[in-house]
Ligand binder design. Structure first.
Ligand SMILES: Nc1ncnc2c1ncn2[C@@H]1O[C@H](COP(=O)(O)OP(=O)(O)OP(=O)(O)O)[C@@H](O)[C@H]1O
Ligand SMILES: CC(C)(CO)[C@@H](O)C(=O)[O-]
Ligand code: BAL
Length: 288
């Protein structure tokens, strides 16, 4: 596996890859890799010739400095895991490499209403930071396909919008959420849960599954969401949102009327447990 720290070196290498007629798949990550990340690498390997994974804990997308400080870093183990699944290239830039202009000097992306709901509402500035770093990484890697996880569904929609804003021809491939055997969505932040909280954490998945099983049985979406919120609170969570939404035209809309046959319906949850913020979502109706 090739390792690059400088974008100029990675760019030169990828120019040669492109000249040889090979396609490039890209999996951006913040490291602390788990099987969810590795499933993205596998999808990229299936669909493209040369797979690039980046590991960069991007400071500009953290609205909470404590979250940034505590973000798990396991570089040696990450490199081993990437090697084990025969990743072609890992890109490990420094903050100075990615932000020579400094952290505060940012351009603004117009993501519209998508930026002010769900994650955007509770993590102000988060998606501007995601847009800024993904834009930079895309300029360096120029992949044919970009692989991202459904666990961060809103992030996928933001990146889809970013690709349009910057006129990129890269295709976004959204991959399914990998789960632990009990159903908890794999996430780098799970390692920060105490053993007791780790057991409780599965309630998020259970709440989503309940919403899915009950969807369509009545028209009381709001009530179902409130019940899910209350049951999470009773188990010791501090939920930020439990929302049921319609996915249309790369936008999530509040579902305030019965969904027609073509509408994709999604439930999304964010909740704090044991000082860790967990997110997950599930399609209740239709297919992404
Ligand atoms: N369980 C999962 N299944 C599939 N893809 C995932 C999963 N978890 C994360 N990803 C995807 O991996 C990519 C990198 O995500 P990231 O490095 O932030 O990991 P993470 O586990 O989501 O971390 P955290 O949940 O702590 O933010 C993103 O596209 C993300 O959606
Ligand atoms: C896309 C990303 C790598 C940008 O830093 C990050 O938000 C993530 O890991 O999901
Ligand atoms: N997995 C999305 C990136 C973040 O939580 O900052």
């Amino acid at each position: 596996m090739y390792q690059f720290k400088r974008s100029i070196d990675l760019k030169k290498h990828l120019d040669l890859v492109r000249k040889s007629g090979k396609t490039i798949g890209f999996v951006p990550t913040m490291g602390a890799l788990h099987s969810g990340h590795l499933s993205l690498i596998q999808a990229a390997k299936k669909n493209t010739d040369v797979v690039v994974c980046s590991i960069f804990v991007n400071p500009t997308q953290f609205n909470d400095p404590k979250d940034f400080e505590k973000y798990p870093i396991t570089i040696e183990a990450d490199i081993k895991k990437l090697n084990d699944v025969s990743t072609d290239i890992v890109f490990l830039p420094s903050v100075d490499e990615m932000y020579p202009e400094g952290l505060s000097d940012a351009i603004h992306y117009d993501f519209g209403d998508l930026e002010s709901i769900l994650e955007g509402k509770f993590r102000p500035g988060h998606f501007q930071g995601v847009g800024r770093i993904v834009h930079k990484l895309l300029d360096i890697v120029q992949p044919n396909k970009l692989f991202m996880g459904q666990k961060d569904l809103q992030q996928c929609l933001i990146v889809s919008k970013l690709l349009k804003i910057i006129g990129s021809s890269t295709e976004l491939v959204v991959c399914p959420t990998e789960r632990e055997p009990d159903g908890l969505a794999m996430s780098s932040r799970n390692v920060r849960l105490s053993p007791a909280a780790r057991k409780t954490a599965v309630a998020i998945y259970q709440a989503l599954t309940n919403l899915k099983n009950n969807f369509g049985k009545d028209l009381l979406f709001m009530e179902s969401a409130h019940e899910a919120m209350d049951s999470l609170k009773a188990k010791g969570f501090e939920p930020e949102y439990v929302d049921i939404l319609a996915l249309k035209d790369d936008m999530l809309h509040p579902l305030d009327h019965p969904a027609d046959d073509h509408t994709i319906v999604v439930a999304a949850i964010a909740a704090w447990l044991d000082g860790v913020r967990l997110i997950d979502n599930m399609v209740l109706k239709g297919k992404l």
